[in-house]
Design a protein around this ligand. Structure first.
Ligand code: MG
Length: 379
């Protein structure tokens, strides 16, 4: 079955790779949405002929509307536009590739239309995972992860008829650009050092999260929500080569791994074709030319973000939303070179200390926790 897709965050790293896959598979595109990248969104619109395009920023949207007035396409802006793109009738699959909490409301809108969510916006599941998964169950919306580790687990779970057969999920972690460094050494790391990821090419926010290991902490929470596993049954293992994308261990001792060259187009492609597999033009993994595969434990002292995320995973309630909101704000400050590298965990810790946790949170509680966390960081 050929899916009709809408891509939210189409000008970012995952969004651009999604459109490459759409081009290869010949998938029709119903809607495209981006924050502010006017020129690229115009090019994408001219190539993929969506019915609706959205720029989050109004000024940019007005300029886009002027530029593409020769095309039969509607232009919208703001959260309203984003939500409309997510719910658009014509698409059966929505790729949520925007960065951060801004993805939450559009993701819920797509779920309530029963669409397949190709989920690349991990912050949504981190902040409001229980709510999102419950809504997905209620509306019969499939959530297929695009995050490479979660896609690996999803693939290793195919054929598993009873989740109680799973003993552990094992998330692999490249270790990022600062693997092996001490907390003291990390104090002096700059934006340019942190933006050099060894294996994956990704957007700026997630690359910083990979350097602090917050990314793996967020992924632990994401895995808990997606697979209904307690944090005690999720292990994080440093695997520098990024060949094994994650593993599932069953109670009989069998461990299934999903392997491949580090290429985000594979999990994107699988999320768009699942349960089928399509042919890819990418070079296959050559085991004989692979470097030796190594494994090591993470260092929570050098990378306190990981320990903070694990605490929030156990605490639950709105703590994960505070963690995520504080981290988004702190990473923003680091990218603008306003704070140092180790200020990221310091500020996240400060927010977690100051914003009280609410249990069984509503959407409003989650949004409020997110806002309060950001205020603590930027104060
Ligand atoms: Mg990942």
């Amino acid at each position: 079955m050929k899916r009709v897709i809408s891509v939210l965050g189409s000008t970012g790293s995952i969004g651009r790779q999604t459109l490459e896959v759409a081009r290869e598979l010949g998938l029709p595109v119903a809607a495209l949405a981006a924050r502010s990248s006017l020129e690229l969104l115009e090019r994408q619109t001219r190539e993929f002929h969506p019915k609706l395009v959205v720029l989050y920023e109004m000024e940019a949207a007005l300029e886009l509307a002027r530029r593409i007035s020769d095309l039969p396409v509607r232009v919208a802006y703001g959260m309203e536009g984003l939500t409309e793109a997510a719910a658009l009738e014509e698409a059966d699959t929505v790729v949520t590739a925007m960065v951060g909490m801004v993805g939450l409301r559009p993701t819920l809108a797509a779920i309530r239309k029963g669409k397949r969510i190709a989920l690349a916006n991990k912050e949504t599941l981190v902040c409001a995972g229980e709510l999102v998964m419950e809504e997905a169950r209620r509306w019969g919306a499939e959530i297929v992860p695009v995050d490479s580790e979660h896609s690996a687990i999803f693939q290793c779970l195919q054929g598993c008829r009873d989740r109680r057969e799973v003993r552990r999920l094992i998330l692999t972690c490249s270790g990022g650009p600062f693997f092996g460094k001490s907390y003291q050494e990390l104090e002096y790391m700059k934006r340019k050092d942190a933006l050099q990821h060894p294996n994956w090419s990704m957007g700026a926010k997630i690359t910083i999260d990979s350097a602090t290991l917050m990314n793996k902490g967020l992924e632990l929470i994401e895995a808990m929500r997606l697979y209904h596993m307690p944090p005690e049954q999720i292990q994080i293992v440093i695997h520098r080569q990024s060949i094994i994308h994650s593993l599932v261990e069953y109670w009989d001792g069998a461990v299934l791994a999903q392997m491949g060259t580090p290429d985000m187009k594979l999990p994107i492609r699988y999320a768009l074709t699942y349960p089928e597999r399509s042919q890819s033009a990418a070079a296959p993994l050559d085991l004989l030319s692979c470097p030796p595969l190594t494994f090591a434990p993470p260092d929570p002292e050098a990378f306190p973000c990981l320990a903070l995320a694990m605490d929030c995973a156990r605490t639950g309630g709105t703590s994960c939303a505070v963690l995520n909101g504080a981290n988004e704000a702190a990473v923003g400050l680091f990218l603008r070179e306003k704070i140092g590298f180790n200020d990221i965990p310091r500020l996240v810790k400060k927010a977690l200390d100051q914003v009280e946790v609410k249990w069984n949170p509503s959407l409003a509680d989650i949004l409020e926790a997110d806002q309060r966390a950001r205020c603590v960081v930027t104060a």
